[in-house]
Design a protein around this ligand. Structure first.
Ligand SMILES: C[S@@+](CC[C@H](N)C(=O)[O-])C[C@H]1O[C@@H](n2cnc3c(N)ncnc32)[C@H](O)[C@@H]1O
Ligand SMILES: Nc1nc2[nH]cc(C(=O)O)c2c(=O)[nH]1
Ligand code: SF4
Ligand SMILES: [Mg+2]
Length: 209
C-alpha cells in the first residue's frame, strides 16, 4: 500500500470499505428501523460462525476516504450503523466526527475487542469469548447482544451481564446456523431469567441485506 494511504488509514481518515447499504436494522433494540450501514473491513477476532467472513481481510477492501463515505451516507438516512468486520480495529474518531457534523444518529455494532474510539449515539456490544472486550466499553454499552451457539453461551451471557451498566438492555440472539436447536432453549431461558430479551436476525427472515 502507498505510504500516504497507509498513514491515512492509520489515522482513520481513510477506511477499508467493504460495502455500504440502505436497509432495515434487523437486530437488537433498533430492529425495524431504516438505517444506512457502513461495513468496514478488517477483523481478527475469528468467530468460527461469523456470517461475514469476507470482511476479515482488510487488504481486499479499498481504502476509502471518510469524506466520500459520509457524502453517500447522508443521502440515505438519518440513522447510520457502522459495522464490519470489527470497526474498532480502526480509529473511529474522524468518521464519527464527520457524521456528527451532519447531524446524523450513529450506531456501532462491535465486539469491543479493541479500544473504544468514536462518538456514538448507540453502542451494541456483542462480546466474544475468544477475544474479550476492553473493559472501558461495559460502562457505555447501550445493549449487550450475546450470540447463543451452544449451552455454554448462557453461562457466558450471565458473566458478561455482570460487567455492563445498569441501563444496558440485555439480548440473547441465536447463532443463525443453530437457530432451530437454540431458539427453544433461548425461549425457555428467557421465561425463567426475565432480565433477558430475545433478538433475532430479522433481516434474514425478510430477505434483505
Ligand atoms: C458481523 S458482526 C460485525 C460487528 C462486530 N465485529 C461484532 O461482532 O459485533 C455484526 C453482528 O452480527 C452478529 N453475528 C455474526 N455472525 C452471526 C451468526 N452466525 N449468527 C448470529 N449473529 C451473528 C455479531 O455477534 C454481531 O452482533
Ligand atoms: N439488516 C441488517 N441488520 C443488521 N444488524 C447488524 C448487522 C451487522 O452485520 O452488523 C446487520 C446486517 O448485516 N443487516
Ligand atoms: S468479531 Fe464480528 S466480524 Fe469479527 S469474526 Fe466475530 S462476528 Fe465476525
Ligand atoms: Mg450482519
Amino acid at each position: 500500500m502507498d505510504e500516504q494511504v497507509k498513514k491515512m488509514v492509520d489515522e482513520g481518515v481513510m477506511l477499508p470499505l467493504m460495502e455500504e447499504f440502505y436497509t432495515i436494522q434487523g437486530e437488537g433494540f433498533h430492529k425495524g428501523t431504516a438505517a444506512y450501514f457502513i461495513r468496514v473491513g478488517g477483523c481478527d477476532v475469528g468467530c468460527h460462525w461469523c456470517d461475514v467472513k469476507e470482511s476479515w481481510n482488510a487488504a481486499i477492501h479499498p481504502p476509502t476516504h471518510i469524506d466520500a463515505i459520509v457524502k453517500n451516507a447522508e443521502k440515505y438516512s438519518k440513522t447510520i450503523v457502522v459495522t464490519g468486520g470489527e470497526p474498532l480495529t480502526w480509529d473511529m474518531n474522524p468518521l464519527t466526527g464527520l457524521l456528527k457534523e451532519k447531524g446524523l444518529q450513529i450506531h456501532i455494532e462491535t465486539s469491543g475487542a479493541y479500544k473504544l474510539t468514536g462518538i456514538w449515539d448507540w453502542i451494541c456490544l456483542s462480546p466474544k469469548k475468544i477475544k474479550l472486550p476492553e473493559p472501558e466499553i461495559y460502562a457505555v454499552a447501550n445493549e449487550l447482544k450475546v450470540i447463543i451457539f451452544n449451552k455454554d453461551d448462557f453461562r457466558f451471557a450471565e458473566e458478561q451481564a455482570k460487567s455492563v451498566n445498569e441501563n444496558c438492555i440485555l439480548y440473547l440472539q441465536p447463532e443463525w446456523s443453530k437457530r432451530e436447536k437454540m431458539i427453544p432453549e433461548i425461549v425457555e431461558y428467557i421465561m425463567k431469567n426475565t432480565k433477558w430479551k430475545v433478538s433475532l436476525q430479522t433481516h434474514k427472515y425478510l430477505n434483505i441485506p
